[in-house]
Every structure is written in C-alpha cells, then in structure tokens.
Design a protein around this ligand. Structure first.
Ligand SMILES: Cc1cc2nc3c(=O)[nH]c(=O)nc-3n(C[C@H](O)[C@H](O)[C@H](O)COP(=O)(O)OP(=O)(O)OC[C@H]3O[C@@H](n4cnc5c(N)ncnc54)[C@H](O)[C@@H]3O)c2cc1C
Length: 460
C-alpha cells in the first residue's frame, strides 16, 4: 500500500511542491491513453525538469518500493505508459528543449520531450530537417518515438525506423538513479557524433525498450539539409501481388534511393483496391523528376494506374501537424501490426480479409502498410467510440494479434496488460529471456514501468 502523503512529501523535496500532485483532479488526465486500454489511475504525477530530479525521484521510488511510469506526448496506442500498479507518473513535458544544433556534423542534441514539430520548425530555420517521422501529430515527441522504436509513413522507405541509424547518442537515467551515456558521448573528450563505439551498441538496448531499462534525458540525432524538391504520386494497383513486386522494385532495382515514403491503404469496403501513396524528395529537380518517371513506369508495367496526387499531398503534408480529420470518425486503434519480409505482407492481408472481414464480418478496420528498407510494416486500423464499441473491438483485436504473431510478423509497441505484453510473454524466446535478465540486473526492484513489456510474475 502506497503512503501517498509521505511520497508526496518526499517528491516535493526533489522537485518543489508545485510540480507534484496526488489529487485525483490532476491524476485523471494521466489515467487513459489513445488505446481502448482500461483506465489506470496513478497515485502521483510529477513533472521533472532535469536529469538530477529524475535521479532523485528514482531513488525515492526504490527506497519506498513504488513503481514509476513515464509519459512523453501520450500519443501511443498500446497501454505503453499507464500505471499498471499504483505508482508515480513522470510527466516529461518540461524536458522539451533543443540543446544544440550542430550544423557542421549534422546532428542535433535535444531533451526527450522536444516534439517532432518543434524540432522540424527550428531545424528549417537553419536550412536543415530531420525527414523521418511518424503520423502521430503535433504532440508526439522524439524521446517517446525512439523509446518505442517508431517508424512512420514519411521517409521511412529510405531511412527506416528512427532507431535504425538516426539515433547517435543517448543519455539515460538507469532505474537505480545512475546517469549513463551511450556511443561517443560516453567518451567525454570526444563529442556526440558516433553511435557505435567503445564496443557494443548500447543505445540499441534502450531503443524500443518502452522505458523499462532507463529514462531517456537527452538524445543526439542525425539531421539532414532540407530538400528543395518534392513530388507525390498516387497509384492504384490491380492486386496484392503487384504491390509486392512494387515493394521489391523499390528495394531491389533501385535500392532505397528512389523514394522516401510509401504508404499502402486498402479500404474494408473495397478490399481489392490497393492504393499506394508515394512521397519523393531530393536535392536536385532532375533527380526527383527522374525518380518520379521510373516509379510511374513501374506502376504501369505492373498494371497499375496513376491518380490525382491531392490526397498524397494532404497526407504527407500533415504528418507533423496532424492528419486532416484524423479523429472525425473516432479514435484510431492499431492492431494486427508488425514488421515482416516483403513477400509476407500477403499473410497479414489474408488474415485481415478472411478472419476479420469474412469470418467476423467486421468491416470497420482498414489494412495498411509502409515500406521500410528491405521490409514492410503492416497493420490494421479501426476507429472506435466509447464506450459501446470497446468489448467487441478489444476481443477481436486480441484474437487477430494472436493469429498474426503466430505467423511471420515481428510485433512492436508491446505495452502493458491491455497491450501485446502477454502474447509476447507466452512465446518463450531467447530474446525475451535476455531482456528479463537485463531488467532484473538493472532494476532489481522492478521500479521502472512495472508491468509494461514484462509481466511482474515473469521477473520473480
Ligand atoms: C494518429 C496517430 C498516428 C500514429 N502513427 C504512427 C506511426 O506512423 N508510426 C508509429 O510508430 N507510431 C505512430 N503513432 C503512435 C505514436 O504517436 C508514436 O509512437 C509517438 O511517436 C509516441 O510519442 P509520444 O511522445 O506520444 O510517446 P508516449 O506515448 O508518451 O510514450 C511512448 C513510450 O515511450 C516511453 N517513454 C516516453 N518518454 C520516455 C523517456 N524519456 N524515457 C524512457 N521512456 C519513455 C513511454 O513510457 C511509452 O512506453 C501514431 C499515433 C497517432 C495518434
């Protein structure tokens, strides 16, 4: 049982009384996320401003055996930060500064809660950009994206997930309060320019860990000169096979040079119509024009046709500012999602079509995909309204997730008990055993994100 008043007093000594609360009124906004996960009320919310304050909070948490949960922009969909047990919610929103734009080495150092929108706005003032982002709108943060290993529709065909190559160094506060750096930042006389140095890639250990191994307090990310030229295409392809061949064309014939983003969409009411939206940009008009020509020729060769680019402009143009009418028909819920080999997108499509549309008669979820270098990210997405839709939606999504993950699909976005956590735990893999060993070693009291990613009983 948490002694709420005592914890409040202790936390107030670290951050001051105005940045900690145990009042229901302040806690309720932190009890839900964008998924249909059940409500989970934390006992406290605290807004740290520095790594030293986070260090102090974690020391109190260890001493009092109270779990700590970490919320960035709060736009993830899979029970990824909700308090699985009574505990302290860290609202990271105060740690949102851009610390240093290094125009010579093309890296930027930021605090984790800098939003993608703010980062891009600032970089463009210097003729620079990041160019790789998710579709979560203006609230999503760089730290939140990296800690859950995100990848969006914009520019991912070339650059992949944020964590693939763009994270250079991280500063993390470990569950015991130690502050550590990865990559070249770990060698104080060197600077922040290199991810892989001093041996193993320890940044990789934190990317996608959903905060269970440490709290990120600083990131250095790769940036790029802003591109001046862009083109967008929309193609309607005649079959999934032609989409797959197009995916191979991107990866095999032209490498990942031709195209920075490609988004596949199939509407549940027209499951044989495969729409591809493409985002092409570059530094020279001739090159962009050449890429557009090659892609258009390939679409036609595969039996597809090109359409009005308006929807692609709308889509790719609003990635950072929020997609138009995004919540008009309800809140998005992703399920049946993960990465897979290009040919295996057929597997997820078949599950969507037979299990969801035909057997269950559920016609509210579309099928989508994004090309990553040499692989796809596939997903199903529906819109829900509370509260009537929930039971049906959650049961159906869970069934589909189990089928998908028994196939050739790697999950991402694991989350807590209302996410994919228990499905992942039921697959006793060497990977999962290693993760549990790391968690036990770094966090013997299971303070950080208790119940997220790994069920508590798995750590006993
Ligand atoms: C409309 C819509 C579209 C979306 N499209 C995409 C998409 O295309 N691709 C995609 O990958 N996602 C997508 N998302 C999901 C989500 O927006 C992104 O994953 C987003 O980047 C998460 O950032 P956040 O700041 O909201 O993180 P949060 O949701 O607050 O946190 C995400 C995870 O990171 C952990 N965390 C946060 N900060 C820290 C920290 N400092 N240290 C350690 N752990 C931390 C949290 O505990 C949680 O587990 C979409 C969401 C919406 C609403």
């Amino acid at each position: 049982m948490v002694d709420a008043a005592k914890i409040t007093r202790l936390l107030a000594k670290v951050v001051g009384p105005e940045r900690v609360s145990d009042k229901d009124f302040d806690l309720i906004p932190y009890s839900r996320d964008l998924s249909p996960a059940r409500q989970k009320l934390p006992t406290h919310v605290v807004l740290p401003q520095s790594k030293e304050e986070i260090q102090g909070i974690l020391r109190i948490a260890n001493q009092e055996n109270v779990p700590v949960y970490v919320r960035a922009g709060g736009t993830s969909h899979w029970d990824a930060y909700l308090a699985q047990e009574p505990g302290i919610m860290l609202d990271m929103s105060r740690m949102n500064r851009i610390l240093y734009i290094n125009e010579r080495d093309l890296v930027v150092t930021i605090q984790p809660n800098c939003t993608w929108a703010k980062l891009d706005r600032e970089l463009r003032k210097h003729g620079l950009t990041y160019l790789c982002s998710e579709a979560g709108g203006p609230a999503m943060t760089v730290g939140g994206s990296v800690m859950k290993a995100g990848a969006g529709p914009h520019s991912t065909a070339k650059f992949g997930c944020h964590g693939d190559q763009d994270v250079i160094t991280l500063e993390m506060v470990l569950p015991n309060g130690d502050i550590v750096q990865t990559g070249s930042a770990a060698w104080p006389s060197a600077g922040k320019f290199e991810r892989q140095c001093l041996g193993p890639d320890l940044a990789g250990m934190f990317i996608g860990a959903e905060g269970i191994l440490g709290i990120c307090t600083e990131l250095t990310m790769r940036i790029r000169p802003a591109t001046d030229f862009k083109e967008r295409l929309i193609a309607v392809m005649p079959s999934l096979d032609s989409v797959i061949e197009f995916g191979h064309f991107i990866n095999r014939n032209v490498g990942d040079e031709y195209l920075q983003g490609i988004y596949l969409w199939v509407d549940p009411n027209a499951p044989d119509v495969f729409t591809l939206m493409m985002d092409i940009f570059g530094y020279e008009a001739e090159i962009v024009e050449h890429r557009k020509k090659k892609l258009s020729e390939e679409v036609k060769k595969l039996g597809g046709s090109l359409g009005d680019r308006g929807p692609a402009d709308d889509y790719f143009g609003h990635i950072l500012t929020g997609l138009t009418d995004i919540f008009a028909t309800g809140v998005w819920h992703f399920f049946g999602a993960g990465t897979l080999r290009i040919d295996d997108i057929k597997f997820v499509y078949d599950v969507w079509r037979t299990e969801l549309l035909q057997k269950r008669g559920y016609r509210k979820a579309g099928f989508g995909g994004q090309v990553l270098p040499r692989r796809w990210l596939a997903f199903m997405v529906t819109n829900y309204h509370e509260p009537g839709d929930w039971d049906e939606l959650v049961r159906m999504a869970h069934e589909i997730d189990e089928i998908i993950l028994a196939g050739p699909v790697i999950p991402y976005g694991i989350g807590g008990r209302d996410g994919l956590r228990d499905i992942v735990a039921s697959h006793d893999t060497g990977y999962y055993r290693l993760l549990k060993t790391l968690k036990r070693t770094l966090d013997p009291k299971n303070i950080l994100q208790r119940g997220i990613f790994i069920p508590e009983e798995e750590l006993q």
